[in-house]
Write a protein that binds this ligand. Structure first.
Ligand code: FMN
Length: 175
């Protein structure tokens, strides 16, 4: 099963990136998934419509289009998804139609990026993705992992396995 993870933070050393890497390793370990990471921080797409060449445009299209399912790990910036993430997704549309999608939102604060979750799911419905019923809200993201990159938060450790299982369940149904 081919899963593309979209890491939606443009920040160097972001907490969303750490969560994305952890979920990637769990998908490989528990489900034998083949993971591709589309990282907004590394891809650095030019502003859509600025007539600046986006060298990786076709490569990213393949990462979206070829995937059996898309897992989005996205931080909340000012109550919405980051502009850099929205800018990247604006290059694509048909790749998202009928694609299984899962939503993980990340916040350093206590509310797990709930506003970004609603923003993200609204966009997913618009582009006609099929949204997994189970969400993963990550609160206190700056303190989630210990030195060995093991998550120490009881809430996260209860929720992330169910989140991944339900995403894989949906993806298998639609593949
Ligand atoms: C521009 C900006 C806006 C932010 N706005 C919010 C916000 O609205 N709500 C929130 O809970 N955290 C907000 N944060 C903090 C993020 O939750 C925090 O940076 C967290 O680590 C996830 O983002 P990251 O993946 O970029 O690290 C904001 C951070 C930045 C850089």
């Amino acid at each position: 099963m081919k899963i593309t993870i979209v890491q939606g933070s443009p920040r160097t050393g972001s907490n969303s990136s750490k969560v994305a890497v952890f979920l990637a390793s769990e998908l490989e370990r528990k489900f034998g998934a083949s993971i591709t990471m589309v990282d907004v921080q590394k891809i650095n797409a030019p502003n859509y419509g600025s007539n600046t060449n986006f060298d990786q445009e076709e490569e990213v299209a393949r990462h979206f289009g070829d995937a059996d399912g898309l897992l989005f790990v996205v931080p909340e910036y000012n109550g919405r998804v980051p502009g850099a993430f929205k800018n990247l997704t604006d290059y694509y549309r048909s790749e998202f139609k009928k694609k299984p999608m899962a939503t993980c939102t990340v916040s350093a604060g206590p509310f797990g990026g709930l506003n970004a979750l609603h923003d993200l799911r609204s966009w997913m419905l618009y582009v006609e993705g099929v949204v997994s019923p189970t969400k993963l809200l990550v609160s206190g993201a700056g303190k989630l992992f210990d030195q060995d990159n093991t998550p120490g938060d009881a809430h996260f450790n209860i929720n992330y396995p169910v989140f991944l299982e339900d995403f894989i369940w949906l993806t298998e149904k639609l593949t």
